[in-house]
Write a protein that binds this ligand. Structure first.
Ligand code: NAD
Ligand code: UGA
Length: 458
């Protein structure tokens, strides 16, 4: 079959895989190939056991794989044979040299640019899907258009706004698609090609365009604003605990103001995920670079409050459990950074586990989808940490439960059954405010919600 467009995506991760699966699903007239340097990841994409857990993903991959969606390690062939190339490689925080701990590490991105240049035999549209510092597209264009041959490249910015756990829903019905381009004849034509792809299922009024720098910056700012709301409500949760106000009531009252809105106002043990912290630090670095130190400080405080919230959670456990956790068994309900994903990158659970181990506690971890990643995150700590799939078994003999992920399964557990098997006094620290606190208190638990008065048996 002859396809109307041939599309390549470099990077088969949490963004590349689902995003391309959605394009293939919505556009059977296009051939979509996803390549990666990691052969294990590609083998998993080609198997029944996909490398990431995302509700609804299995179904659309099944419907398209082998028909118009292909996963491969042939990066060279992919670049040669496709004229539209999305780049969705990882852009973690730099861990070395100038900007370490702040700036984005662009080595994977630059390597990709050089590969595109090396293997291209025809003109290409290159689309930034990864989240990148402002002006990266300029660097990309410089690399790609360095040699003065007949091949030309147009670079577009098309940031991805999906959230893990709801990626398929977000891709199918996005709030907006943002496309940034250079204001040149070929830049505008490249933008139209990309608009045409999304217009297969996204209403035109939701496809917005901007200059390329605004597009790059908008992505980072969106994440910064979302994270800022969480840090704001978490900061107020600390005040609620001192004043007997209830964060859920405050959040509801504040969020009903239509100018503020109700989303992203759930107090928690802190935000995790691979992007919020890295993107804010990237923004901070950018501001520092332009000597906007007050602006940099303002945004950095969002990350500081997030760290404070996690440390506060630990100190609350320590002080309420008689100032010692040594030898106590603590069960973590959830290790993923949020519900409906197996992803544990930057999960507060990682920091909390390490801190509890410093206090010489014994840790039991349960999670419906993230145990494999949790084991990898805690390599070398096997003796002090155990992993148990069944939450009832995990809690047996424990002194405390800490709820770290808002999995639905934890909302409706038989807490009486759990209480009966635990060491007394038994405590629950609800870092997500998802269980019925009064009911658990009545069963006999000491209950420590987030941002609400504790319910304790004296
Ligand atoms: P990821 O680590 O899951 O996937 C990136 C993939 O790129 C990896 O499989 C890696 O092997 C591959 N890769 C790296 N260098 C390569 C190269 N030279 N050639 C081929 N493959 C290469 O990362 P992710 O979570 O998918 O994020 C990718 C980008 O998207 C990041 O910039 C991130 O900030 C952004 N983003 C992520 C999310 C999310 O929910 N995870 C959402 C929006 C945007
Ligand atoms: C986030 C953004 O929501 C996406 O738009 C963006 O594309 C993505 O980052 C990215 O660039 O990677 P994600 O991190 O997958 O998506 O998940 P979120 O739903 O934003 O949750 C992030 C963290 O905040 C989680 O740990 C979650 O539990 C926490 N959170 C969220 C709260 O603590 N309280 C809330 O009210 C909402």
């Amino acid at each position: 079959m002859k396809f109307r467009k041939n599309i390549l995506c470099i990077g088969a991760g949490y963004v590349g895989g689902p995003t391309m699966a959605m394009i293939a699903y919505k556009c059977p007239q296009y051939r979509v190939t996803v390549v990666d340097i990691n052969p294990i990841r590609i083998a998993e994409w080609n198997s029944d056991d996909l490398p990431i857990y995302e509700p609804g993903l299995g179904e659309i991959v099944k419907a398209t794989r082998g028909k118009n969606l292909f996963f491969s390690t042939d990066i060279e062939g992919g670049i040669r044979d496709n004229d539209i190339i999305f780049v969705s490689v990882n852009t973690p925080t730099k861990t070395f040299g100038a900007g370490a701990g702040m700036a984005a590490d662009l080595q994977y991105w630059e390597k990709t640019a050089r590969q595109i240049l090396q293997y291209s035999e025809s003109t290409k549209i290159v689309i930034e899907k990864s989240t990148l510092p402002v002006k990266t597209a300029l660097a990309m264009e410089k690399i790609l258009n360095y040699t003065k041959n007949s091949i030309s490249f147009d670079v577009l910015s098309n940031p991805e706004f999906l959230a893990e756990g709801s990626a398929i829903k977000d891709l199918e019905n996005p709030d907006r698609i943002l496309i940034g381009c250079q204001d040149t004849k070929s830049g505008l034509a490249a933008r139209e090609t990309l608009v045409e792809i999304y217009a297969n299922w996204v209403p035109r009024e939701k496809i917005i365009t901007s200059n390329i720098w605004s597009s790059e910056l908008s992505k980072i700012v969106s994440n910064a604003f979302l994270a800022q709301r969480i840090s704001s409500i978490n900061a107020i949760s600390a005040l609620c605990e001192k004043t007997d106000a209830d964060i859920a009531e405050v959040s509801k009252a504040v969020g009903m103001d239509s100018r503020i809105g109700s989303k992203f106002l759930s107090a928690s043990v802190g935000f995790g995920g691979s992007c919020f912290k890295k993107d804010i630090l990237n923004l901070v670095y950018l501001c520092q670079h332009y000597s906007l130190h007050e602006v940099a400080d303002y945004w950095e405080s969002v990350v500081r409050i997030n760290q404070y919230q996690q440390e506060r959670f630990i100190l609350n456990m320590l002080t309420t459990m008689f100032n010692t956790l040594a030898g106590k068994r603590i069960c973590l309900f959830g290790f993923a950074f949020k519900a409906n994903t197996g992803d544990t990158r930057e999960s507060p659970a990682i920091y909390i586990t390490k801190r509890l181990l410093e206090e010489k506690a014994e840790i039991v971890i349960t999670d419906p989808k993230a145990l494999k990643n949790a084991k990898a995150d805690l390599t070398g700590m096997e003796g002090q940490v155990s992993f148990v799939e069944d939450p009832y078994k995990a809690a047996e003999g424990c002194h405390a439960i800490a709820i770290l992920t808002e999995w639905d399964v934890y909302r409706n557990l038989d807490f009486q059954k759990i209480f009966n098997t635990m060491t007394k006094p038994a405590s629950i620290f609800d870092g997500r405010n998802i269980i019925d606190h009064k009911r658990c208190f009545d069963i006999g638990f000491n209950v420590y919600p987030t941002g609400k008065p504790a319910l304790t048996h004296s």
